[in-house]
Design a protein around this ligand. Structure first.
Ligand SMILES: [Zn+2]
Length: 393
């Protein structure tokens, strides 16, 4: 018996002294002694994880593929505490620099930016360290709010139920996720086309898209009048695979979809091309195009004077209507020649000669302010389209 006890002690001693695992590949729970870092959910991106100390891990934040990636280093992970402590999480960016203020949530639905005193960034931007106080509950940390395909499904279904818009299937992404769109008054021949989320991390633009479309579909007198006259076609989520994969930029075909318009090598963009073909075949006419994105500030990219639109000077008139109501939403109008043919707005201008804009919302623009501005822009756009666009016969 004494021998057995001694044996058990030796086994326990060896096990106790064994070097704990320090490296965890992406997709496996990364177990520090007082918390675990998880990346097993839609939109997650954590990369390989290394335990540096009892309460300190380093995550390697990598893009989705080796192609050119715009510097939008997305990260999203959960921290599951095993004891109440402070988790120190370092984000080591590979091929990018720190861009997004980390957002924190305890349910994956309601988010707030982490206090900047808890985030330190190296001078070259390649390393950001976050100090997260952990209680007993799981905490989500994400570059931006998680607006996943499931959230789009819930929102589009609810919107179709509560408004006159119908939900239709556009087709399927490369990974065979459904891509849906909302359409209002399909018998009207003049069309306003809205597209969203070609670029996965661009969540502030997605939030503006939701409010913008809700304003077009509202019960107001203006919106009702607008919908009697115009057809609205809105594709909220063109890149569901990229969003689900936590990509920095691309779809699953390693392609920036907003460089593929007209080329249509990717199924997602090809679906838009087919939708345009069918609108053309029905005798409908796209009159205005807006594509929602995010960048470091609020702005609109539009045609410049070298690319006259029908109607002319449309954007100046739009922003002149909106700006007086937007005290706390600074934005710029960046009119420039559309040199890259595969960009959505450039393709739409080339194909139709219409006003076609990229609607960019700042990464860290206050969300309520971005939503309030989207209402103002939507109302000004409806007014302007009603005033200036002669009906297609
Ligand atoms: Zn973008």
């Amino acid at each position: 018996m004494r021998k057995l006890v001694a044996y058990v002690c030796v086994v326990l001693l060896v096990a106790g002294c064994a070097t704990p695992q320090r490296f965890f590949e992406a997709g496996t729970p990364c177990e520090a002694s007082s918390f675990t870092v998880i990346d097993d959910f839609g939109g997650a991106r954590r990369g390989p994880c290394e335990i540096l100390a009892k309460e300190h891990v380093r995550l390697s934040i990598l893009p989705e593929d080796d192609g050119y990636i715009n510097p939008s280093p997305w990260y999203s992970f959960k921290l599951i505490p095993s004891s109440q402590t402070n988790a120190i999480v370092s984000l080591q960016y590979i091929g990018g620099r720190h861009r997004y203020v980390p957002k924190i949530s305890t349910d994956g639905l309601r988010w707030s930016p982490i206090d900047e005193r808890h985030v330190s960034v190296s001078e070259d931007g390649a390393l950001a360290t976050i100090d997260v106080p952990l209680g007993v509950d799981t905490v989500w940390i994400s570059a931006q709010e998680l607006i996943t395909p499931a959230i789009y499904d819930a929102w589009t279904t609810r919107t179709a139920k509560e408004t006159a818009a119908k939900l239709r299937l556009l087709g399927f992404s490369l990974a065979e996720q459904p891509i849906r769109y909302l359409v209002s008054n399909p018998s009207a021949r003049d069309v306003l086309l809205l597209v969203g989320r070609q670029h996965p991390p661009e969540v502030s633009g997605a939030l503006a898209f939701f409010t913008f479309l809700e304003t077009l579909l509202a019960d107001s007198g203006l919106a009702t009048q607008f919908r009697e006259r115009f057809q609205i076609v809105a594709i909220p989520l063109l890149n569901p695979d990229g969003v689900l994969g936590g990509n920095w930029r691309h779809n699953l075909g390693s392609t920036d979809l907003n460089r593929d318009w007209g080329i249509f090598r990717q199924p997602e963009t090809r679906l838009v091309g087919e939708l345009l073909d069918s609108l053309d075949a029905e005798g409908s006419r796209v009159r205005v195009f807006l594509d929602f994105h995010s960048t470091d500030r609020n702005l609109f990219y539009t045609q410049d004077e070298s690319e006259p639109t029908d109607p002319p000077n449309f954007f100046d008139a739009w922003f002149a209507k909106a700006a007086p109501k937007l005290d706390d939403y600074p934005f710029t109008h960046e009119a420039r020649p559309g040199k890259r043919p595969g960009v959505g707005k450039n393709y739409m201008y080339r194909r139709y000669g219409i006003p076609a804009a990229t609607y960019e919302v700042g990464d860290e623009t206050d969300r309520d302010t971005a939503r309030a501005a989207a209402v103002v822009f939507a109302e000004a756009l409806m007014t302007l389209m009603l005033e200036t666009l002669a009906p297609t016969r």
